[in-house]
Design a protein around this ligand. Structure first.
Ligand code: CTP
Ligand code: MG
Length: 230
């Protein structure tokens, strides 16, 4: 099945305290986006990848990518205000014959290729899949005043990662459904589940961290310098 990669990279890294787009921040000598794409390169999906960028940064992203990946044609397009908007806009840019879309955050440069592959196979079989890891911690559900409401059974709690991989028709329908409802989520698999369709969880790796805070960035740079990058 024709498969395309969609990379939401339009965030401005507020929690990281970025001055520009988070995807362009230096991570041990290369931009985070380039590291993430280099990681995914062996899958053979960089050609035709769709990269969503913040407004006004299209040219800088184009220069960065053509320097790092000369002769690899990618689409670079302006994202939206929220991650969900960036993904919705990216879905509209897929080739008409594409059947499977792999959505992977620019902010997860350590993803394991076998979990990407497993997510593709699960999406082919069941329509929607997300990489996730079983929670090793007990998770507390609290109210707005920091009082414990309840403690969900840890055996059924997973921590969400990307990639999230879908049949294109399934994820497009899910975004249309969310738009009709005015629902905004922080991932795409949740939008599919809200339509009632199944989403398969594929076990990922704890090293597939999302770089969100300055401590994450420092840890990621340390891992790369030590050669322990997943
Ligand atoms: N993203 C996006 N469009 C947005 C917001 C986020 O494409 N409007 C992307 C980010 O570039 C990132 C991924 O979604 O690759 C996950 O987002 P997150 O880690 O939250 O990054 P930021 O939104 O940049 O960070 P923050 O929430 O701290 O501002
Ligand atoms: Mg964000």
């Amino acid at each position: 099945m024709k498969t395309q990669l969609l990379i939401p990279a339009a965030g401005m890294g507020l929690r990281l305290g970025c001055e520009g787009p988070k995807a362009l921040i230096d991570l041990a000598g290369k931009s985070m986006l380039v590291r993430t794409l280099e990681r995914l390169a062996p899958l053979g999906l960089l050609c035709d990848a769709v990269i969503m960028t913040p407004p006004h940064w299209n040219g800088v992203f184009a220069d960065t990518l053509s320097l790092a990946f000369p002769d690899v044609p990618m689409s670079i397009a302006q994202g939206g205000a929220q991650r969900q908007d960036s993904v919705r806009l990216g879905l509209a840019l897929l080739d008409p014959e594409t059947e499977i879309v792999v959505i992977h955050d620019a902010a997860r440069p350590f993803v394991a290729l076998d979990s990407v592959q497993a997510s593709i196979e699960a999406a082919e079989a069941c329509g929607a899949a997300t990489v996730a890891i079983p929670s090793v911690d007990t998770v507390l559900h609290a109210d707005a005043n920091d009082y414990l409401i309840d403690t969900p059974d840890r055996r059924f709690l997973w921590l969400c990662q990307t990639p999230q991989t879908f049949r294109v028709a399934v994820i497009r329908a899910a975004h249309a459904h969310a738009a009709r409802d005015g629902y905004t989520g922080t991932d795409d698999a949740t939008l599919v589940r809200r339509t009632g369709a199944p989403v398969r969880l594929v076990t990922g790796s704890p090293t597939n961290i999302k770089i969100t805070t300055p401590a994450d960035l420092a840890w990621a740079a340390y891992l790369i310098r030590q050669g322990h990058d997943g």
